[in-house]
Write a protein that binds this ligand. Structure first.
Ligand code: PLP
Length: 401
């Protein structure tokens, strides 16, 4: 190991630490759930992507156990050599059916799905038109493609129209957006995006990681929310959030696209097959979603109770009905410091949630981000609200009335 590189890294790490930008990992010593133990202390967890509370659901754990017994642990192969089982094929069919697409292709993660979707489909004569706040995996995936890149202002349909116009000469144009954006829980304006796409003969790719399983009347995703179930072009999504929270991703879309990706998509071709246990557990999740509306209903009710409770206490929370909610500190001069102090005091009060500040969000827009889960009980939500009231008053974020 180069000694100068080690020294350089040590210096850079120290600099990050000084700027308060070093991410230190809190270590759980319990399974994922509404209540977790962190360093031996029980806390209520409001920062997991465990939207439907299925991460430790006994039905899912039991399905995983059954699959483990029947199929063993690993496949020790990529899909096209000897790593495709009937479980993989069934999961691809059922996932495609769930989101309303013709077919689906599994990846080790949605990061890989996004890393492997652009390059095989869009050559240098084509164009990708991408929302400014899209997920890091989209940014990286777009970089791997030879297509020209156009970035439109976040959620801004006029800016998108302009960029589509600029990209007019391109052979194929692909618009790509997160369905739901993770910092604010805001939804992409899909009706307007699809309208523009149709007018410009462009294709739309929606990354629905923060939507698949629970957004929309049947939980099928952002397009379901807008009543656009017949408008699916391409969807990428994850098995690592609402759908059990294990690991895995998928690209869903027309048969020819999926067939082509199986031939050409590098993270699919050159990376290992999903373990059968993940497929078996996710199939159980999809069965639960088809037959049991309870997790979705509880999530919706919990989300409303949290948001309304925070608003009633006087916190600055955007309206909406997604389980991601930002408690803004934008009215305060020292918003970044306040966000750090508030999340630390909340943790001391037994509530685990994260404060985000620059550079994760724009300067002056620091916030505490909360995520509702179907796993929370009403009593747990009320405990969270009490802690927010106490800490918020102490720090002067809300009035003492
Ligand atoms: C979480 C997330 C991903 C990555 O998903 P993994 O399956 O964890 O790799 C990609 N895109 C978006 C929008 C996400 O929120």
């Amino acid at each position: 190991m180069s000694e100068s590189m080690r020294q350089l890294l040590a210096g850079e790490l120290a600099a990050l630490d000084e700027q308060g930008l070093l991410k230190d990992e809190r270590v759980l010593d319990s399974p994922q759930g509404a209540e977790i133990t962190v360093g031996g202390r029980p806390v209520l967890n409001f920062c997991a992507n465990n939207y439907l509370g299925l991460a430790s659901d006994p039905r899912v754990v039991e399905a995983a156990r059954r699959t483990l017994d029947a199929w063993g642990y690993g496949l020790a192969s990529v899909r096209f050599i000897c790593g495709t089982t009937t479980l993989h094929e069934q999961l691809e069919r059922e996932l495609a059916d769930f989101v309303g697409a013709e077919d689906a292709i599994l990846y080790a993660a949605c990061f890989d799905a996004n890393g492997g979707v652009f390059e095989p489909l869009l050559g240098k004569d084509s164009a990708i038109v991408t929302d400014q706040l899209n997920h890091a995996s989209i940014i990286d995936g777009v970089r791997l493609a030879k297509a020209r890149r156009y970035i439109y202002a976040h959620g801004d349909v006029d800016s998108l129209a302009e960029k589509l116009e600029e990209a007019r000469g391109a052979r194929f144009r692909l618009i790509v957006t997160d369905g739901v954006f993770s910092m604010d829980g805001d939804l992409a304006p899909l009706p307007a995006i699809y309208e523009l796409a149709r007018a410009h003969e462009a294709t739309v790719l929606v990354d629905d990681c923060h939507a698949t399983g629970f957004v929309g009347p049947d939980g099928r995703g952002t397009h379901d929310h807008y009543g656009l179930m017949d408008h699916v072009d391409l969807i990428t999504t994850t098995l690592g959030k609402a759908l059990g929270g294990g690991l895995g991703g998928a690209t869903c879309g027309p048969r020819e696209v999926v067939a082509w990706l199986r031939q050409k998509s590098r993270p699919y071709l050159f990376s290992n097959s999903l373990p059968p246990v993940v497929c078996g557990a996710t199939l159980e999740v999809l069965r639960i979603l088809r037959e049991d509306p309870t997790p979705r209903r509880r999530l919706a009710a919990n989300q409303r109770r949290m948001r309304q409770g925070l608003v009633d206490l006087g916190f600055d929370v955007d309206p909406g009905d997604h389980p991601i909610m930002a408690v803004h500190l934008r009215r305060f001069e020292d918003d970044a410091v306040l966000a750090q102090r508030m999340s630390r005091d909340l943790l001391a009060a037994g509530i685990y949630c994260i404060g985000f500040s620059f550079p994760v969000v724009p300067r002056g827009l620091a916030r505490i981000r909360l995520q509702a889960s179907a796993a929370h009980t009403e009593a747990q939500i009320d405990r969270m609200l009490e802690a927010f009231a106490t800490v918020g008053r102490r720090l002067g974020v809300i009035g003492t009335g």
